[in-house]
Design a protein around this ligand. Structure first.
Ligand code: NAP
Length: 250
């Protein structure tokens, strides 16, 4: 599948899943914008995409700050003339039981994972409306189903699904689709930091017997981002090796 002439912003794409999505879209011909908080991470990903023959630029911006988000899209439109695809990927976790979870833990996670998605959708969709075309893909998590120790994270990811459904209704007539991906366990730095016994327990609970890779999420994002997916909106796709089929096992 080729997407030549399309321009995509992927938030939090200096590492992990976002980096995988940016590289997959770039390999399909999309001009990609790498956003993150860390300049070094941005430079590395932009450099690797360019070395592979892609077109990429980087913008350091905090997705929770409206002025930074506005400046980011103004800069994209100045450089590329348009924004076609937005992948809201930036996310954080501060896992604790509710007894230990502070107000600051709650606010930090809701700010990045939910408010950040709202702000990017709000600003990007104004540019998309002008061209009557857009693909918005929000990264939720299987954790939205509920998970002990993740009250803030699960609530933020459930909120992302409600936001997706609502914006699909608001923006549909403007040629903009809004969909969601709910990943299960994905092999990122977090996975490698887990103790071996925790990894073994989690693997045992996977119906497919294996965990996913950033590429698995990137493939789903590329599907929603395609022109051909224009009749699909407001949907959430689980990409979790079937673990959503039994929500609370391990
Ligand atoms: P990651 O490697 O930590 O990537 C997240 C990126 O978001 C980081 O590069 C981070 O930048 C950036 N970021 C954080 N706050 C930001 C902000 N305010 N503004 C701009 N960028 C910000 O995590 P990941 O595992 O790839 O996760 C990506 C997404 O998938 C998240 O939404 C996560 O909730 C979701 N997810 C992940 C898994 C999994 O198993 N990994 C499962 C389900 C869902 P810095 O590190 O430079 O601060």
């Amino acid at each position: 599948m080729r997407f030549d002439q399309r321009v995509a912003m992927i938030t939090g794409s200096g590492s992990g899943i976002g980096e995988g999505i940016a590289k997959t879209l770039s390999a399909a011909g999309v001009k990609v914008v790498i956003n993150d908080l860390d300049d070094q991470k941005i430079e590395r990903v932009v450099g690797e995409i360019k070395a592979d023959g892609g077109t990429a630029t980087g913008i350091r911006a905090d997705v929770t700050k409206l002025d930074e988000v506005e400046a980011m899209y103004a800069s994209i439109v100045r450089e590329f003339g348009q924004i076609d695809i937005l992948v809201n990927n930036a996310g954080i976790a501060r896992d604790k039981s509710i007894r230990k979870m502070s107000e600051a833990d709650w606010d930090a996670v809701i700010d990045v994972n939910l408010k950040g998605v709202f702000l990017n959708c709000k600003v990007a969709s104004e540019y998309m409306r002008e061209r009557n075309y857009g693909r918005i893909i929000n990264i939720s998590s299987r954790a939205w189903l509920g998970w002990p120790g993740q009250a803030n994270y699960a609530a933020s990811k459930g909120g992302v699904i409600s936001l997706t459904r609502t914006l699909a209704l608001e923006l549909g007539k403007k040629g903009i689709t809004v969909n969601c991906i709910a990943p299960g366990i994905i092999e990122t730095a977090l996975w490698h930091s887990l103790p071996e016994d925790a990894k073994a327990r989690l693997l045992k609970a996977q119906p497919t017997g294996k965990i996913g890779s950033p590429k698995d999420i990137a493939n789903a994002a590329a599907f929603f981002a395609a022109d051909a997916a224009g009749y699909i909106t407001g949907q959430t796709m689980f990409v979790c090796g079937g673990k959503s089929l039994f929500a609370n096992l391990g």
